[in-house]
Every structure is written in C-alpha cells, then in structure tokens.
Unconditional design. Structure first.
Length: 470
C-alpha cells in the first residue's frame, strides 16, 4: 500500500492510494471461504459448494467490498496519523481518477481530493476594543418585580360578594326542567367550580354580577360557554358527546366565593420570597431585588457582547481562504443541497465556517474545556432558576441534585449545556483579552441595540440578494 499526498495550495491537496494484489488477496480469500461455508446454492449442501463456483458467483462483489474497506480504513488511518486538519470528508477526484475494472485489474489507484481548514494567524489583543453594555436596574424595574412577587405569593380568601372578573364560585350545579324545577335524573354536581369571567356570553355572565354567598342563580351554561363541548363537559362532569343533550337552564347555589388576594409588601412577603429572616426591611427587600435583577440581566449583557465578539471575529477572519470548490462539491454530496441552493447559501455558510475556524483556534490555543464540574454547576443554576421562576424557594440540595442527574442522562441536553458553557467561557476569555468600553444603558435603550442590528442585518441581506440577482 503506497499513499502520496500532493499539496495543491494551503487548503487543497490530492491524495493518491496505490493498492496492489498483495494488499487484499488474503482478505478476499478469507471472505470467499467464509461465504462458501454458509452459501445456499440449489443442488449443493451448505458448505459443499465448489470454490470455483463461489468465486465465479461472488468473487467480483467480494473483491470490490474488500478493496473498498481497505481503502476506507487506510484513508482514515493516514489522516489521523498525519494529523491532517481536513474539512468535511475526502471526495473522489474527478480528473485524476482512472476507471476501475475489477474483472481485469489486479492493481488499483484511487485518487481523493482533500480540503483543509485554513491556518489561523489572527490575534486578539488589548488593542481590540469592544463595548460592554450594562442594563441599569431602575426603580421602574424594581417596582415591576415587586408587583410580580405580590401576584405570585398571594393567598385565597373567602368573601361574601363576588367580583366576576376575579372570583371563583363553588356550589351545587343542578339541571332544571322547563318549569324551572330540578330535572328528574338530570345533572347534579356537588362541589362544582366556576369562574364567571370565563363565560363568553355577556348576558349570562351578567347574572353573576355581585352574586352573594348562599344565593341561587338560574342561567344557561350552554349559552354561557358558547356551546364549547370541552368546557361544558368539564363543568357538568359528563362526556363531550353528551353535551348537546343538556342545553337548557341550570341553577347554581353558591356555597363559597373564593378570591385571590395579592400579597402585601411586608415581612411575610419577604420571608416567602427569600426565606425566613433573610430580609427584614423594605429597603433591604428592594436592594435584594436589585441584586437579583442585575444578575438576571447579566447574561443579556454577555449575549450582546458575544454578538459584538462575533462581528469582530468576522472582520478578522474575512481574508481566510477556504477550499471553495471542494466545499461546494462536499455540500452537494450530502444530498441536503442542490447546486443552486449551494450557490445561494454559500456566502452565509462560508461566514459561519470562518467564525467557527477562528473560535476553535482560540479554544485549542488556550486549552478551554468543559469539565464535568462545569456541567454540574450549570445544571444546578438552571434548576434553581426554574424553581424560583415558579415561586419555589424552599428546596434542598438533594432535590436540586436529583434534577441535575436527570438532566445529565440526556445526551442532547448535555450537548446543549456544553455549548452554552463553552460560549460563557469564551465570553470570559474575551473579557480578559480585549479592552472593554463599559456603558450603562436603560432597558429600553438596550433593547433598541438589537432592533438596530436587525435592521442592519436585513439591509445586508437585501444588498446580497440584489448582488446575486445582478
């Protein structure tokens, strides 16, 4: 087996592999013998088919298979052993490759085109300046968060008079006959629950305005809920297909009116949000909220910074040369692209490849890795954040760890976590290696930064489309 690599330019090469009979003869003979032992041929017992007949029937196919396996394995070994930083996969050469004839040839030559990632010489230094936007946590944001806490940590109380926009009514639902009396064998639901605010018919809804405890109200559920079989079946405790048989009036005797009352800003709320005794005054409460909001918005600042990093790297990598012709062939060969779609999408694909190349270079050069402990820490932060989002503040370390272990059993989840962790590590690396121009901005101004970027992106895409059309 003789392999030669001819470099065409820094990102393209031609690999030639010479395969002679001595390289594959033993493998072909072994495969034929194995096949002879199990081949089923009419007129012969299994294992007794003549060798010549097996070779005549299957020799060419086995020869092709063994040579293909041999070429594939040696190609992979050569690339690995010589640390070739190839992009995509080797492709059969279309000009140097001679036609293969397994009937007449004993020696073969296979030719492959290789594409390489470009050599990265780009440097990131303190001479590179990037803005870093910090969102100001103002009183408006703090007030909004306090309102959210008051809404999330409220409580249910019993009242005597209903407010149809908020209150939930409990009572007995009874189906009535045409005379307004309880219907014989009609529907009767004890402990029925309803919220008049969900009714779609305003006339029926109005019947419950300022309803009082122990009152009995006659209404038509079918009209009230606009004939919705799902809602009516749930309310009446029947099957959906039974709903059309119950379109008359019902009575609802109110046994209890329940109202959700938002929490008051006091020690009880402080304890529910942050744990007992951890916050004692409203001033401390506001300061704690300010810290939390600042921490919650830090990832947004990092994300904007990362977008600016990408733009900087795109400029630095703009002159990187890639094996364009090779890449376009490779993209078409994966059956996901046509020639036309490759030409259309290639500028965007190339931009992503350039960015990927320079980021991977930085990761390798600085030995940036995602460790097991990184995954554990990220998982714990994600679980705690989710708990707090749903108003759960009393959780144990064991509970958190159980959730994390479940997350780490899912390969797709682990990959997504690893990507986010690597992105965070890259952001921290860039913070330390470029000059940060810190700018404090309001939430509104920060959001507008993304609106401006979206406008510029659309303009660039339109310009690219016009250029392609020309």
């Amino acid at each position: 087996m003789n392999i030669t690599l001819n470099t065409i330019d820094p990102v393209n090469a031609l690999l030639k592999m010479e395969v002679v009979k001595a390289d594959y003869a033993d493998k072909v003979d072994k495969a034929l013998k194995e096949l002879r032992h199990k081949a089923v041929v009419p007129g012969f017992r299994v294992g007794k088919v003549p060798e010549g007949m097996i070779k005549k029937m299957y020799g060419k196919a086995i020869l092709a298979e063994q040579i293909n396996n041999l070429v594939t394995q040696h190609l992979e070994d050569y690339i690995r052993e010589n640390n070739l930083n190839i992009i995509g996969e080797p492709l059969p050469n279309t000009t140097e490759q001679q036609e293969i004839n397994f009937d007449t040839q004993e020696d073969f030559e296979f030719c492959f085109d290789l594409g390489f990632w470009p050599e990265i010489t780009t440097k990131v230094t303190k001479r590179d300046k990037l803005p870093y936007y910090t969102i100001i946590v103002d009183d408006e944001l703090i007030e909004q968060q306090i309102k959210n806490y008051c809404a999330n940590f409220g409580s249910h109380i019993s009242v005597d008079v209903a407010d149809q926009e908020k209150d939930m009514l409990k009572g007995t639902l009874t189906e009535l006959d045409e005379e307004g009396n309880p219907k014989n064998e009609g529907i009767c639901v004890q402990e029925a629950v309803m919220m008049p605010s969900f009714m779609k018919n305003e006339v029926e809804k109005a019947k419950f305005t300022a309803a009082t405890k122990d009152a009995t109200i006659v209404f038509n559920p079918y009209d009230a809920y606009d004939g919705s079989e799902v809602e009516l079946a749930s309310f009446m405790k029947i099957k959906k297909e039974e709903v059309p048989a119950h379109t008359g009036n019902f009575s609802f005797h109110i046994s209890e009116i329940i109202r959700y009352e938002e929490a008051t800003v006091n020690k009880d709320l402080f304890d529910k949000v942050f744990g007992e005794g951890k916050v004692k005054t409203e001033t401390e409460f506001r300061e704690k909220i300010k810290e939390i909001l600042a921490a919650q918005m830090a990832p947004e600042s990092d994300y904007k910074f990362y977008l600016d990093i990408r733009k900087m790297l795109e400029k630095k990598s703009a002159k990187l040369q890639f094996p364009d012709a090779f890449l376009k062939r490779w993209l078409q060969d994966d059956k996901k692209h046509t020639s036309a779609s490759v030409e259309k999408d290639y500028p965007a694909i190339l931009a992503d490849l350039r960015l990927h190349a320079i980021q991977e270079h930085i990761i390798r050069e600085n030995n940036i890795k995602v460790e097991e402990q990184d995954l554990q820490n990220y998982g714990k932060q994600a679980v705690v954040a989710q708990f707090l989002q749903y108003g759960i503040s009393n959780f144990s370390e064991e509970m958190i760890q159980n959730y994390v272990e479940g997350m780490l059993k899912n390969k797709e989840t682990v990959k997504n976590m690893s990507d986010k962790i690597m992105e965070t590590k890259l952001i921290e690396w860039f913070k330390a290696h470029v000059t940060l121009e810190t700018k404090e901005v309001s939430r509104e101004a920060f959001n507008k930064l993304f609106e401006t970027e979206e406008v510029n992106k659309n303009e660039n895409e339109n310009n690219l489309t016009q250029t392609n059309d020309e």
